[in-house]
Write a protein that binds this ligand. Structure first.
Ligand code: DGL
Length: 241
């Protein structure tokens, strides 16, 4: 069983990509909306939250866990790998390397939570692939607006208004691909990069090298939301269609 974790609905942007490659897998999607947003929490708080969710998923039979959240992945994956040695963890981090691979000359904006932008893991990645034409932007509060299905236009106009002639936008939070259209309204015809394809490739690679069965007769998905909000569940299935 494969567990997928996010601070809410955003991880679905990774999960949808995984389902293209594993259409008959067995999954548990854990939406931790009671603790949303993760982005402004301290490292200790994030590790505590992750410990709690990971223990639950292990009890439910997960042996592989995908951290479909850049904040939790950037801050917590090394800790989790160290603590839960028998569990395989795959984590998303902002897809900044894709800029290096595809359009390193381009003027680039990395949008992510404060927690991700300030994390050691992201900063290491950023310095490794720095194209010296990149702005890093902490988008405090944006994931929360998306999570609660609120209008983001005022927020984006204010936050992104000063960025001109951007070519590449790294969506360094799994909630952000849900508002690509709204971002384009402010920044124009930019190229987006996110971690969904990279995480899916890494998951398949890990499943194969460990010889783990991941195809069954039919797809099974269990959805859990920590705030037990029925609206979240409804939105989850709608976004999955
Ligand atoms: N989807 C999470 C991420 O990728 C959202 C962060 C939050 O809850 O603030 O970072």
């Amino acid at each position: 069983m494969i567990g997928i974790i996010d601070s809410g609905i955003g991880g679905i942007t990774i999960f949808r990509e995984i389902l293209k490659s594993i259409p008959k897998g067995h999954f548990i999607y854990y939406s931790d909306s009671i603790n949303n947003p993760y982005g402004d929490k301290t490292k200790e708080e994030i590790l505590d939250i992750l410990d709690n969710i990971v223990s639950k998923l292990i009890t439910m039979g997960c042996t592989i866990i995908v951290i479909a959240c850049n904040t939790a992945g950037s801050i917590g994956v090394s800790y989790l790998r160290e603590k839960y040695k028998k569990i395989l963890f795959i984590a998303t981090v902002p897809a900044y390397k894709m800029v290096y691979d595809n359009n390193p000359q381009g003027k680039t904006l990395v949008m992510a939570t404060k927690g991700t932008i300030e994390s050691e893991k992201f900063l290491e990645l950023y310095h490794k692939y720095d194209n010296h034409n990149t702005s890093l932007l902490s988008c405090s509060g944006l994931a929360e607006l998306i999570e609660n299905n609120k209008d983001v236009s005022n927020y984006l106009n204010e936050l992104l208004g000063k960025y001109k002639d951007i070519d590449n936008v790294v969506l360094g939070c799994t909630h952000y691909p849900l508002i690509k259209k709204e971002i384009k309204k402010v920044l124009g015809d930019v190229t987006f990069y996110d971690g969904s394809i990279g995480v899916t490739k890494e998951l398949l690679r890990v499943l194969k090298i460990h010889n783990i069965k991941y195809e069954y007769d039919k797809l099974e998905i269990k959805f859990i939301d920590s705030s037990q909000n029925k609206f979240k569940e409804k939105r989850f299935w709608e976004l999955l269609k």
